[in-house]
Design a binder for this molecule. Structure first.
Ligand code: THU
Length: 128
């Protein structure tokens, strides 16, 4: 799937965000290496700390559906500039593959692309 199509999927998913507190809607679209697509949006809670980012909603949906190999993640926001995933999402995504391509886009068409390992260069890895 082309980056533009993945961004379009994330843009559509953004509309399902539940963000009555921050009013900041985020949509995400995650492509697996075998071509399957998962989408998600941020889900906030009146107990603010229970809110969940779009990236983790999407990743957890994919992983709990049996997927573990991902190629690209698109994130779309209404902001002036593209936003990158928060630290918690970076660590959570890195559990699977530091080579993941992260496409950060705005609804107005600005875009930045990163490798996950470049956004989180020294991740925690559990080794015995
Ligand atoms: N948020 C995301 O969903 N992803 C990000 O990359 C940054 C922040 C959400 C969390 C919260 O619902 C709202 O955006 C404002 O922080």
């Amino acid at each position: 799937m082309r980056d533009e199509e993945l961004i379009e999927k994330a843009k559509k998913a953004k509309e399902f965000a539940h963000a009555p507190y921050s009013k900041f809607k985020v949509g995400a679209a995650l492509l697996t290496k075998n071509g399957k697509l998962y989408t998600g949006a941020n889900v906030e809670n009146s107990s603010y700390g229970l809110s969940m980012c779009a990236e983790r909603v999407t990743l957890f949906c994919a992983v709990s559906s049996g997927e573990k190999e991902f190629s690209k993640l698109a994130i779309v926001t209404d902001s002036e500039e593209p936003v990158t995933p928060c630290g918690a999402c970076r660590q959570t995504l890195l559990e699977f593959d530091g080579e993941l391509e992260i496409i950060c886009a705005t609804t107005e068409g600005k875009m930045k692309i990163y490798k996950l390992k470049e956004l989180l260069p020294e991740p925690f890895k559990f080794k015995r």
